[in-house]
Design a protein around this ligand. Sequence first.
Ligand SMILES: [Zn+2]
Length: 95
Amino acid sequence: MSSCPICNTPMKKERREIEKGLYAQVEVCTKCQDEWLDMKAYEELYQYYNRKTFKIGGSLAIRIPKDLAEVVGIKEGTRVKFAVKDKKLVIEAIS
Ligand SMILES: [Zn+2]
């Protein structure tokens, strides 16, 4: 277990939502309540949310991170529609 960089209190590990729908293992200082994400956790998170496109037949495919899919209600077989907003691809589940 590591200690808080500010007050040196031992920190406990917790899984927290750091952004809407994005969970990460963080270390929380019980004294100042600050949460810390170590470099390894940050790196893993970065890798997890950065995906590379690949080909399936003639189509371009992307793996959607599981927790992002859950947040927006996409599972296997869900019909989705695409839109382009500000040069970004928006994928929306159609219910
Ligand atoms: Zn602290």
